[in-house]
Design a protein. Structure first.
Length: 467
């Protein structure tokens, strides 16, 4: 912490990193050390000499020179100090600074270290989520990567948390109530995790937890169980029959992946598996049980078979689109895309082609296409730049829409979309429009098979109209 830091900087750092703070008044020779909580629980109060004696008594042989350096810094009125002190209960980074405008009072922190690596200095206001008492997406991801970058990183679990039916509650009771729900859930998570991890918001109601000092699944389960049970009990029988619960998925680094991002992705897959299995549950990745479920789709001789048993109905719809819709022409647009929507649990399919002059729409509420649907998105180079080389623009959740994609967020919110998949339509080398597949009500990550199948269906439509 540099000399330019204010007391507010220190306070924010303490709030997000669960450290202790120190306040010393040289004139009164009074030192106080307390946990940084709203109540500021005092854990020591006495003179500087008494505090140093306590450190000496609590320290290891390695700490003698360190404590002496701290004693000298306090005695001489040094303007700042930074050093590591080894105590029997662990290693601490001690830092303080004298504030002349506060009557030369000294303000400092005791920061617990993990395996010699101190907790990152998340002290800026920009590190904290704008609404909730946790880190924001950037800060929690930075923390996760820093943990994984340690030379000998201990087992660290990544937990992906998501509310069940939150969109329905938000729409039914209003966004203000939805915000109250998120604050309540934040308190439940922070209370359960305590000093055993860092918590950060990575999307609307999606939260990531990076654990600390939790060695295996047996130790992890009680934390996840406490969160799940307390969320369920908090809202049980209070929302006019709507079940507001949570689902979680977890995986461990380095046990289950070679990189931080690999393990986060694995935890995310476990989250969606928990939702597929009925929600209100948590799943911890176990290779023997889950390895086959996360493999990329395997093709049989006819190119249509996948390893996921529950995808056979989806395989059948692809075959139907090829044979009945494309080759034989015995299926109408309305019938074909209703079948596609039902097979993939979609709520809307919108097709805009011939440069927004022609379109087709299927929706679960049977609403018909309108002129506003055709002009919903401007078909320009900026829009087409978001598509990958396979002609797809994949949106697993609206939180994906940042930077130059942010303008699409209100457009998708207007449609009620939680997850979306665009397939680009083209005529030779000329882009002519798109097919949009929409999931509403509950954000769900698109599986590898869904991406393969729906892009194939988009291509079938492209061939059928010969744009």
């Amino acid at each position: 912490m540099g000399s330019d830091l204010s007391i507010e900087d220190y306070e924010h750092f303490l709030e997000v990193s669960k450290c202790s703070e120190m306040l010393y008044d040289p004139e009164a020779d009074l030192m106080e050390v307390f946990k940084y909580t709203p109540e500021k629980k005092v854990i020591f109060k006495g003179t500087a000499k008494e505090s140093v004696k306590l450190l000496e008594a609590s320290g290891t042989e390695l700490s003698k020179k360190q404590v002496e350096a701290l004693r000298e810094a306090l005695r001489s009125g040094k303007k700042s100090f930074s050093g590591i002190i080894d105590l029997h209960k662990g290693r601490y980074l001690v830092r303080f600074k004298k504030y002349e405008d506060k009557g030369d009072k000294i303000y400092g922190v005791f920061i617990p270290c993990t395996d010699g690596v101190s907790i990152p200095s998340y002290r800026r206001a920009s590190d904290k989520d704008a609404m909730l008492d946790m880190l924001n997406k950037r800060a929690i991801n930075e923390y996760a990567h820093r943990v994984c970058a340690q030379d000998e990183c201990p087992t660290t679990y990544f937990i992906m948390f998501d509310m069940d039916n939150f969109k329905i509650v938000n729409d039914s009771f209003g966004h203000a109530f939805g915000d109250e729900v998120l604050h309540t859930v934040t308190s439940i998570i922070n209370r359960a995790i305590g000093d055993h991890g860092m918590v950060g918001r990575v999307g609307g109601d999606e939260i990531m937890i990076v654990t600390k000092d939790i060695a295996d699944k047996a130790e992890l389960r009680p934390y996840m169980r406490e969160i799940r049970v307390n969320v369920e009990e908090q809202f049980k029988d209070k929302l006019n029959g709507i079940s507001l619960t949570c689902s979680m998925g977890a995986a461990a680094y380095p046990d289950h992946g070679e990189s931080c991002d690999d393990v986060k992705d694995l935890a995310d897959k476990m989250l969606y598996l928990a939702k597929e299995k009925g929600r209100n549950r948590y799943i911890i990745y176990t290779p023997d049980m889950h390895a086959d479920l996360i493999k990329a789709p395997e093709k049989s001789e006819d190119g249509l078979k996948t390893v996921l048993a529950n995808n056979f109905d989806k395989v059948g719809i692809v075959h139907y689109m090829i044979e009945d819709y494309l080759k034989k022409g015995t299926s109408s647009n309305a019938l074909a895309f209703r079948n596609v929507g039902e097979a993939f649990n979609l709520q809307e399919i919108l097709i805009v082609y011939n440069n927004a002059k022609v379109g087709f729409k299927w929706s679960i509420d049977n609403s018909e296409i309108s002129k506003s649907d055709l002009n919903w998105i401007e078909l320009n180079d900026a829009f087409y730049s978001h598509f990958n080389k396979d002609g797809m623009f994949v949106i697993d959740g609206l939180y994906d829409l940042e930077g130059d994609k942010a303008y699409l967020r209100p457009k998708l919110v207007e449609r009620g979309a939680e997850s979306a998949l665009f397939f680009r339509l083209r005529n030779n080398d000329d882009y002519q429009g798109f097919v949009l597949f929409v999931k509403k009500g509950q954000r769900q990550k698109w599986s590898e098979y869904e991406l393969l199948a729906l892009s194939t269906i988009g291509k079938i439509f492209e061939m059928s109209v010969q744009v």
